[in-house]
Structure formats: structure tokens, C-alpha cells
Ligand binder design. Structure first.
Ligand code: PEP
Length: 255
């Protein structure tokens, strides 16, 4: 049984003071959670303080991106080396908002992924099709290309440290969720693709999160699907009650 992973992507939200307040409540609210891996990903400027606040808690810390070089003349960038040094455990890579607004490609996702692994960060690699791609029947081609491109040159050992997140772009921040069947279909396809690339025993152990308007009302049904091993949560992760209820849904899954 794969450990379920519920990660909150806070995107460009919360000042440092607001981050501290939210984390303080989350820590006490989620203190009793035993089975589920919980991750929060605040903005860069709040990471160092968050790391200190989360020492000795059951909540892991993630960044929302990283640059592939470790240091040098790259104004405005933040490296994996720096993220690891302040106590980050995870890093999100290739989120669709980065692909859409910041020119992220499968090639740059792959470079970031390799840098994350070199710096012993646990990567969460996002893939997903747009509405247009789904409507013209291209979902599986796009997912296949993105998975293959992101994971190019990755070894079996490295694959075991990587989490994938299937996030249909049309479901992110829109309130439209993929049905559990639609999501399961793509998750099963991704696992099949991983089996071809890395073999069955590796593929069976990879955590594949679903992301796209996950909320307390749909979390349990999504998480009950065979190949859905967690959630990457945007909007609902900013609200303590909603995030805690999604984590609780994961805790309630048998196994
Ligand atoms: C996300 O940004 O990863 C996401 C899934 O957002 P939301 O939950 O708001 O759709």
C-alpha cells in the first residue's frame, strides 16, 4: 500500500505573518495524523521561518519551484542547494501555472528534477492536459509526452523518490473536478507508462497525486480510487478546516 500524500500548494498567497498564523493552527489541527504524509508549500520568502516552525511536527515543507543551477549569475532564482539548506523536504516542479505563464517546458522540468534529486529534495512533478487537448482526444498523448520528457535520464532508484501529480489544467482553480473515473483512468495510464519505463515494482510504488479543485466534499471519493495516492491541493489548502478535512479523508481510506 502506497502512503497517501496530501500536499498544499499555497501559490502566491500569504505574507510571512499570515503564513506563521496559518502554520500554527495547522500544526495543532493535524497533530494527530499518523498515516498520511502532509506537505505544505508556502512562498519562498516564508520557507526559512516555516522550516523552523515545522521542526518536530508531522508536516513536511515544500517549495513551489527551484532553479537547476546551484549558484551563480542567475538573478531572481532560488536553487535546490539553498532550499535543502534551510530545511525543505519537497519541491513542486512543472506546475501548469509555471508552464503557462513562465515558459516551463518538459526539458526545463527535467533539468529542475535532476537538480532537486541531486540536492536530496523530494520532487512532485506535475503533468496535465488543457481543456482543448482533452476535447480533441489528446489527453493520453500529452500525458505520455510530459511524463517521458520530465523523466528522461532518470534511474530506477531516482524514480522511487519522485511523486507525480496529475493535474488536468481545466480543473485547476476552476471548481471543475475530474470525476473519480476520469482521474483514475489517467492515473492508471501514468502507472502503465511508468511500468514500461521503470518496471512493475518501481511503478507500483510511485505516489501519483491528483490535483484540480480537490475539496472536502470530493476528496474521499477521489482518494478511494486504486491509482490515486494523494492530492495536490491549491485553493482549499489555504483554509485550515478544508485542508484538515482533506487530510482526514486520506486518513479514513482503508489500508
Ligand atoms: C494546484 O494549483 O495545484 C491546484 C490543484 O489548485 P486548486 O486545488 O485550487 O484547483
Amino acid at each position: 500500500m502506497r502512503k497517501l500524500n496530501i500536499s498544499g500548494n499555497w501559490k502566491l498567497n500569504k505574507t510571512l505573518a499570515e503564513t506563521k498564523a496559518l502554520l500554527a493552527v495547522l500544526k495543532s489541527e493535524l497533530a494527530g495524523v499518523k498515516k498520511t504524509e502532509i506537505v505544505v508549500c508556502p512562498t519562498y520568502v516564508s520557507l526559512a521561518t516555516s522550516a523552523e516552525m515545522l521542526i518536530d511536527s508531522n508536516i513536511k515543507l515544500g517549495a513551489q519551484n527551484l532553479f537547476w543551477e546551484e549558484s551563480g549569475a542567475f538573478t531572481g532564482e532560488v536553487s535546490g542547494l539553498q532550499l535543502k539548506a534551510i530545511g525543505c523536504n519537497y519541491v513542486i516542479i512543472g506546475h501548469s501555472e509555471r508552464r503557462q505563464y513562465f515558459g516551463e517546458t518538459d526539458e526545463t522540468v527535467n533539468k529542475r528534477l535532476k537538480s532537486a534529486l541531486q540536492n536530496e529534495l523530494l520532487p512532485i512533478v506535475c503533468v496535465g492536459e488543457t481543456l482543448e487537448e482533452r476535447e480533441i482526444g489528446k489527453t493520453f498523448d500529452i500525458i505520455s509526452e510530459q511524463v517521458q520528457g520530465a523523466l528522461s535520464g532518470i534511474s530506477k532508484d531516482e524514480m522511487q523518490k519522485i511523486t507525480l501529480a496529475y493535474e488536468p489544467v481545466w480543473a485547476i482553480g476552476t471548481g471543475k473536478t475530474a470525476t473519480p473515473e476520469q482521474a483514475q483512468e489517467v492515473h492508471a495510464f501514468i502507472r502503465e507508462k511508468l511500468t514500461k519505463l521503470f518496471g512493475n515494482s518501481v511503478a507500483e510504488n510511485v505516489t501519483i497525486q491528483y490535483g484540480g479543485s480537490v475539496k472536502p466534499s470530493n476528496a474521499y471519493e477521489l482518494l478511494s480510487q486504486n491509482d490515486i495516492d494523494g492530492a495536490l491541493v491549491g485553493g482549499a489548502s489555504l483554509d485550515v478546516e478544508s485542508f484538515a478535512a482533506i487530510v482526514q479523508a486520506a486518513e479514513n481510506i482503508e489500508g
